[in-house]
Design a protein around this ligand. Structure first.
Ligand code: ATP
Ligand code: MG
Length: 454
């Protein structure tokens, strides 16, 4: 009964008079074979049950541009419960948007029900919420779970190139908002009034930057214009969502381009406030550029990248600056490094909510760095046994590459790792003692944060 009412509701809405331009295969060139088998299966089975089902979003956009989609989304006329009933391996997730994850093998398809124009008034709106949009004072949408027609679903998406629907049965692209035209011209254009859409969800500003960098698109002028003035709205966004978006940005294979665009649009203040300062120091800029370039290369080669390594890199020059400051205040090098790491992590956790599992590794990578300069006695032997040695060493190479350290240090460790025991003994650099003797520590008041290493 309820299902019948819902279907009637969809029918009524879908005849609202907003017809899409429907492009046949020869116009868009996306054949069914290029779609992931899992996405095909999801669409086919939903259709077999009488529901509309289309591949949508980034996958259609990327295929249209000849790129390999990262993941697939499907939009459907079925409700989340109906979708779950069709697929054995599926579950409903999310609160703000209820979506269904359908699993086939190792692949997961995100299935969303066509969404309508925000929640209808319930009569319970608090102050600061307007009747139609359950939103906060600044316009941010807090609830958004109303089903709608396919056209309404298109209009609620972020950019025109992200609002294309692909029908795998007929191999057609349905385009309500001239997304194909924008794709052809390399233009990223927000749907609707830019300021309103950014106020509804400030993360769209970050998405604009990330997608423009990834697709090598220009931001349409009206899409770009309000960003600088609205950048502060990012402060309102839950930190965990910001962190996820940052990770997507830096793991997009276009991290370097994204960082530059972030800065151009003035969006980095709330995210990596230090980026500004760091990029203005030639050595800091070189270090971050190398780190982001190497992340991009690894992504393109399908090699794993570690978020901890990346954030350790982005923040290294801030750690360095503070480390030096503490040493100038007569603190010994290792406690000074600990204090510097504490400061930097504290600031970033407030801004970005970097999860603890990453901050622990970031500290390990950083605190290993002074130990690379100790190449006498048993120290180098102990260092290469450290489970995080590889990350620490790769980090050292970035320091060498940026000119912070003599390249010879990196080469020494490269050779040492692969040398025989006898060769290693010969390589030790006897006069490279730690900067100051440990024994002197016991005479001074103990720092709360003693280094974990020797
Ligand atoms: P990619 O997967 O390449 O990072 P994408 O565009 O597919 O890019 P997803 O996060 O997978 O990004 O989102 C899928 C689709 O959902 C988008 O293409 C867009 O249509 C819609 N979407 C995602 N985030 C938003 C948002 N904040 N506001 C409006 N629509 C959104
Ligand atoms: Mg996607």
């Amino acid at each position: 009964m309820i299902q019948k009412i819902i279907r009637r509701f969809f029918k009524k809405n879908s005849s609202a008079g907003h017809d899409p331009v429907i492009l046949p295969l020869r116009k868009h060139g996306i054949s069914r074979e290029r779609i992931s088998p899992c996405a095909l299966k999801v669409c086919d089975e939903l259709r077999a049950q009488g529901f509309a089902a289309f591949v949508v979003g980034g996958a259609v956009r990327d295929l249209l541009l000849g790129m390999e989609p990262k993941d697939y989304d499907v939009a459907t006329g079925a409700t989340p419960e109906q979708v779950r009933d069709v697929f054995r391996r599926s579950r409903i997730i999310g609160r703000r948007f209820r979506i269904v994850h359908v699993m086939c093998g190792r692949e997961t398809i995100e299935v969303t029900t066509f969404r309508g124009p925000a929640a209808p008034p319930t009569g319970e709106e608090e102050e600061g919420f307007d009747d139609n949009h359950r939103q906060s004072d600044s316009g941010r949408l807090l609830r958004d779970n109303v089903f709608g027609s396919q056209y309404e679903d298109a209009v609620r998406r972020d950019f025109t190139v992200n609002a294309l629907y692909y029908d795998p049965a007929k191999q057609e692209v349905w385009d309500y908002l001239h997304g194909v035209e924008d794709a052809k011209h390399g233009v990223l254009r927000i749907i609707g009034d830019a300021e309103t859409r950014y106020r509804e969800d400030p993360v769209r500003m970050l998405r604009a930057v990330r997608l423009a960098a990834k697709l090598e698109f220009k931001l349409d002028a009206t899409t770009k214009q309000p960003i600088k003035a609205l950048a502060d709205l990012l402060q309102e966004v839950p930190k965990s969502r910001l962190f996820d978006e940052m990770l997507k940005m830096f793991h997009s294979g276009h991290a370097l381009a994204s960082a530059h665009r972030l800065r151009e649009e003035g969006l980095h203040h709330g995210l990596l406030p230090l980026l500004d300062v760091i990029l203005e120091q030639p050595m800091g800029e070189r270090f971050i550029t190398l780190a982001l370039q190497s992340t991009d290369e690894r992504m393109r080669e399908d090699k794993p990248v570690s978020p901890a390594f990346l954030f350790a890199s982005l923040l290294w020059h801030e750690v360095l600056t503070r480390w030096e400051q503490y040493q100038q205040q007569d603190m010994r090098p290792l406690p000074a490094l600990n204090e510097a790491m504490d400061d930097v992590i504290q600031t970033q956790v407030e801004n970005l909510a970097i999860p603890r599992r990453y901050t622990a590794t970031m500290r390990e990578i950083w605190s290993m760095q002074p130990r690379f300069l100790q190449r006498a006695g048993q120290r180098p032997f102990r260092l290469i046994e450290n489970p995080k040695f590889r990350a620490g060493f790769d980090f050292l190479l970035l320091r060498c590459g940026s000119g912070e350290l003599d390249a010879q240090v990196g080469q020494w460790w490269e050779t040492f790792q692969h040398a025989s025991d006898a060769e290693r003994e010969r390589m030790l650099i006897k006069d490279e003692a730690p900067p100051r003797k440990r024994r002197r520590r016991s005479n001074k008041p103990k720092s709360a944060a003693q280094p974990a290493q020797d």
